[in-house]
Design a protein around this ligand. Structure first.
Ligand SMILES: NC(=O)c1ccc[n+]([C@@H]2O[C@H](COP(=O)([O-])OP(=O)(O)OC[C@H]3O[C@@H](n4cnc5c(N)ncnc54)[C@H](OP(=O)(O)O)[C@@H]3O)[C@@H](O)[C@H]2O)c1
Length: 235
């Protein structure tokens, strides 16, 4: 087992923006762990990238299952003994334009379970690996829908609330953590993944490129910020 290379993990990475993030991190010299909840899809996605001679492996992780997250953290510690970059990418968009007070409340609960509590539990389980080496970069895939100003307009309430909470988590954790560990939120733009649909103007590749700089910021880099295309945007 080699411990020399920087190691990165991306959640929900078997397709969409997460898959592109894995590819680009690997192209930039990281050892990358592609995490996903479905073992078959995850192994297949990792194999596609690995066949281009890139350093990618798969770990199973359902971000709505705390035991699954805990087991994944144990596996990463045993395999590599370190984690330098963690990208909370796994997300769901379940409510389209339904009104918050008309929708089945389980839509809000399921959305929060993945987009907010998922990221919280993943950070909780993996941050000891970063604290061990006093270094880490955490990136939370948020959305402009999570900005406070968006709460003044009806529609997409469950998704908006989940990303608002994720933004709050980003700032709170930034205030709590010590040492050279940084955490930031990003809006990838409107992206032509399964979630964003075919009309979206940005490709997953372009979105991943717009995010990757936060994985390689130095000790003087930002923490507790919310960015789109390297520009700080309002919360
Ligand atoms: N697309 C956009 O326009 C857009 C805009 C703003 C923000 N974002 C954010 O960017 C992130 C990635 O979005 P995307 O467009 O790439 O979405 P996507 O194409 O729908 O992919 C979502 C990924 O999340 C995974 N996932 C969902 N629930 C999970 C769970 N419980 N455990 C583990 N993985 C889970 C999915 O896995 P399965 O294949 O197993 O379902 C899939 O790999 C999300 O956080 C999203 O909110 C996207």
């Amino acid at each position: 087992m080699s411990h020399d290379k920087q190691t990165a993990l991306v959640t929900g990475a078997n397709r969409g923006i997460g898959y592109e993030l894995v590819k680009q991190l690997a192209l930039n010299g990281f050892r990358v762990i592609l995490a996903g909840r479905n073992p078959e899809m995850g192994h297949e996605a990792a194999r596609e990238i690995w066949e281009s001679n890139l350093d990618v492996s798969f770990v199973v992780m359902d971000v709505t299952n705390q035991e699954s997250i805990r087991q994944a953290a144990i596996t990463v510690n045993e395999r590599y003994g370190r984690l330098d970059v963690l990208i909370n990418n796994a997300g769901v968009y379940l409510d389209e334009n339904e009104k918050l007070l008309n929708m089945n409340p389980s839509i809000l609960e399921k959305t929060m379970a993945t987009n907010f509590f998922g990221a919280y539990h993943v950070i909780h389980s993996f941050i000891p690996l970063m604290e061990k080496q006093d270094f880490g970069r955490i990136i939370n895939l948020s959305s402009e829908y999570g900005a406070m100003s968006e709460m003044a307009h009806q529609g997409v309430g469950a998704y908006k609330l989940s990303k608002l909470a994720l933004n709050g988590l980003t700032r709170l954790v930034a205030a709590e953590i010590k040492g050279d560990i940084k955490i930031n939120a990003v809006d990838p733009g409107w992206v032509s993944s399964d979630m964003g649909g075919p009309s979206a103007p940005r490709t997953p590749k372009h979105a991943a490129e717009s995010i990757l700089w936060l994985a390689t910021i130095g000790p003087e880099g930002p923490s507790g910020g919310f960015f789109r295309d390297e520009i700080q945007i309002p919360w």
